[in-house]
Design a protein around this ligand. Structure first.
Ligand code: G6P
Length: 372
């Protein structure tokens, strides 16, 4: 009913707008007053955590993209090798798993069969399994050694939004906690990163307030586009994949995400006059990534693409090559994904609405896939 949807036309739209609260609730009680991280709920001892020498994240769909984002942060903070694998592939390839391996299963529902089968396979090989889950008492956390709950509240729309954002946040908490326990040289920076996490809900709100109209106007403009591409690099790459997935799931149009660095190895052949191409530009920092992605925008625009650029507000280098510029708050590279995804969610939701589709129940899809 309309009341359940909080006055929104779709649960998805309601859930998009709930994201600042979902993230705040996921952080609640986990940030200690002294700038440390409290994650006592993890039922693994410090010795067990210290013994971990490899992390494998397994998940399906949107949750797997949360894992891809997290890999960058977790390896950077912990210096523990971290792989991300689709749950449906994991157990069929004879993966190398030992008691020192931490398998992290990300699942909003906690009932996805592919993910469940993957953790059973991991447990049979005596790996430690930690679930990141939004559903209390569901099967995946029940069968895991440890769990970090995301506190997003019930997610009704089939396409995951607040589930995704809170999964990234929970993975970051895990990464920081492991860094704390392992005592990596990164240790001194943990408090600063926790402060960035604390600032996140207000920044997501700012993105909702300042980019929603623009994303909706863009949906009206592109409602008949046969194909939309997304480019990103580093943590922006999984956001390109997730932006494309949302469009496929909801609008039933061809959409693909690419790593910007791969452009010249294939995708640039697809670029044609008028092709809508979203580009997620990393913040301007010390490394070269920002400039390289700006060059990519120039390259695709020179070939006729219509460039829709997501960049930090003050990005004067990207601006001249942007047909549409969606301005994001300035944050560090690892925190940009949680902001950049928001207008892409709004865009997909609106475009599907304009096409007359059932946004909350897209054809052929299920919220929780309980068969392999
Ligand atoms: C289904 C849903 C997706 C979701 C995926 C993983 O395919 O349609 O929206 O991302 O399952 O679900 P989970 O509950 O395991 O996060």
């Amino acid at each position: 009913t309309a009341a359940e949807k909080g006055g929104h036309d779709w649960f998805m739209r309601k859930e998009i707008f709930e994201q600042p609260k979902a993230v705040a609730d996921t952080l609640l009680g986990r940030l200690g007053p002294d700038g440390s991280l409290v994650l006592d709920e993890i039922r693994l001892s410090r010795d067990e955590l210290r013994s971990i020498d490899k992390i494998i994240i397994i998940a399906c769909g949107t949750a797997s993209y949360a894992g891809l984002v997290a890999k960058y942060a977790i390896e950077h903070w912990t210096r523990i090798p971290c792989e991300v694998e689709l749950a449906s592939e994991f157990r069929y390839r004879d993966p190398i798993v030992s008691p020192q391996t931490l398998v992290v299963a990300i699942s909003q529902s906690g009932e996805t069969a592919d993910t469940l089968m993957a953790i059973r396979h991991a447990k049979a090989q005596r790996a430690k399994v930690l679930a990141i889950c939004n559903t209390n008492g569901s099967t995946i956390p029940r069968e895991s050694d440890a769990v970090i709950y995301t506190h997003a509240g019930p997610e009704i729309a089939v396409a995951s939004t607040k589930g995704f954002l809170t999964q990234v946040v929970a993975c970051y908490l895990l990464g920081l906690y492991l860094a704390q326990v392992h005592g990596t040289k990164f240790g001194d920076e943990i408090a600063a990163v926790l402060a960035e996490l604390e600032a996140l809900p207000a920044q997501i709100q700012q993105v909702l307030d300042t980019t929603t109209e623009q994303a909706m106007a863009l949906a009206r403009e592109l409602v008949d586009a046969p194909s939309v591409l997304f480019l990103g690099r580093h943590v922006g790459y999984p956001i390109a994949l997730e932006g494309a997935l949302k469009l496929k799931e909801l609008a039933y149009i061809h959409a693909e995400g690419f790593a910007a660095g791969e452009l010249k190895h294939g995708p640039i052949a697809l670029v044609d006059e008028g092709l809508p191409l979203f580009v997620i530009v990393p913040p301007r920092g010390r490394d070269m990534l920002h400039d390289k992605v700006v060059s990519n925008i120039q390259e695709v625009r020179a070939r006729g693409a219509r460039t829709i650029v997501l960049a930090e507000g003050e990005d004067t280098e990207a601006e001249p090559y942007s047909d549409v510029l969606i301005r994001l708050p300035t944050v560090s590279t690892l925190f940009q994904p949680m902001l950049a995804i928001v207008p892409l969610q709004v865009f997909a939701c609106e475009l599907a609405t304009l096409k007359g589709h059932d946004v909350d129940q897209p054809r052929n899809l299920a919220k929780s896939v309980t068969v392999e």
